[in-house]
Design a protein around this ligand. Structure first.
Ligand SMILES: [Fe+2]
Length: 209
């Protein structure tokens, strides 16, 4: 019975005391300061300079700009899933599939932008509560909307991101941060321009929406 109790304790995550010190080196040390006190090794907004040859003020400006594009891209990504689930009408299947295709492309952009921020030595935004505070995209209702309204909302969000990309890319280029300029133009801007084209063709006068 004693052996069975030890196994049950281990399964319940109570293993360290029950097992003694025999496996101390390989036992996971759980609950490491995750409830009280900060264990952050780099605060949000701080820059750890890496050997990429860029000055700190250049990196700071690029990180700030990229975090804005990141917050808006994460919001647009999630708009696509909302609309994928809630779409209604005679073009349901077409829009349902297109929204998911665009969602996947936005997922890839989110990762590219966030990792560019980390490459530069900054900290990328990540969690939903922070994204909600930082995004420039208007908050959506929880309920369902007609397909034409979905498409219009998506186009507006794309246009906002496109304008940010052009502005921030030019500033990064002028400051000598070619990598950020390239990411914003070659990946983010071009993907958003392409998706705007696909969306806007559904809103022509002859559309059944
Ligand atoms: Fe789905």
């Amino acid at each position: 019975m004693a052996n069975k109790k030890n196994l049950n304790d281990k399964a319940a995550g109570l293993g360290n005391e029950a097992l003694g010190t025999e496996h101390e080196a390989t036992e996971p040390k759980l609950h490491q300061q995750n409830s009280a006190g900060s264990q952050e090794t780099q605060k949000f907004g701080e820059i750890v300079l890496r050997p990429h040859g860029l000055e700190e003020d250049v990196v700071k400006n690029s990180v700030q700009a990229l975090n804005q594009v990141l917050a808006d891209t994460i919001t647009l990504r999630d708009m696509y899933k909302k609309h994928h689930w809630q779409v209604v009408g005679p073009t349901f299947n077409q829009l349902h599939l297109m929204y998911d295709t665009h969602f996947e492309a936005q997922v890839a952009l989110v990762d590219s932008i966030a990792e560019r921020i980390q490459v530069l030595g900054g900290i990328s935004l990540a969690m939903a509560a922070d994204i909600a505070e930082e995004t420039n995209i208007e908050r959506l209702p929880r309920g369902r909307e007609p397909a034409a309204v979905q498409l219009s909302r998506l186009i507006d969000a794309h246009t906002l991101i496109i304008k940010e990309c052009r502005d921030y890319a030019e500033k990064a280029s002028d400051a000598g941060d070619s990598g950020t300029d390239d990411l914003l133009v070659s990946e983010v801007l071009r993907t958003n321009e392409l998706q705007v084209w696909f969306l806007s063709e559904h809103l022509v006068a002859a559309s059944p929406l």
